[in-house]
Design a protein around this ligand. Structure first.
Ligand code: 5GP
Length: 120
């Protein structure tokens, strides 16, 4: 079972503007910002504005409008950043085995160099 959403998680605070972040993009459904500890030359996080703990939680509870808006936002962020031609990687950790650290759904966008094989 998914944990209840914690309104004190760090990305909730970023969405409320209580903690600063380096904004990349924002619309009705999504907010994108630079990861504070980049793991590639470009490392952007995209989060839905709704209160979803994880990819699983989002896929079950979000409306079709929210899901479509979020997925399109992830694509737009990567496209507008110029990542499509060289390529990029998306990652969404979900649940304890994945090492998800922040309990608000986030999709990582990695780009800026050949990323190598998928990690295991
Ligand atoms: P996870 O391990 O949950 O998939 O990824 C969490 C990500 O959030 C990590 O890459 C980490 O560097 C990033 N992060 C954690 N706290 C903050 C913060 O306060 N600001 C920003 N911009 N990124 C953060």
């Amino acid at each position: 079972a998914t944990l209840p959403y914690d309104d004190d998680n760090i990305f909730a605070k970023i969405l409320r503007g209580e903690i600063p972040s380096k904004k990349v993009y924002e619309d009705d459904h999504a907010y994108a910002f630079h990861d504070i500890n980049p793991q590639a030359p470009h490392h952007i996080l995209v989060i839905p504005k709704g209160r979803y703990v994880s990819w699983d939680d989002f896929s079950v509870k979000a409306s079709d409008t929210e899901i479509a808006g979020f997925v399109r936002a992830v694509g737009k962020v990567a496209r507008d950043a110029g990542f499509v031609e060289p390529g990029y990687r998306l990652l969404a950790n979900t649940g304890p085995d994945s090492h998800q650290e922040v309990p608000h759904l986030h999709v990582h966008i990695f780009a800026g160099k050949p990323l190598g094989p998928m990690l295991t």
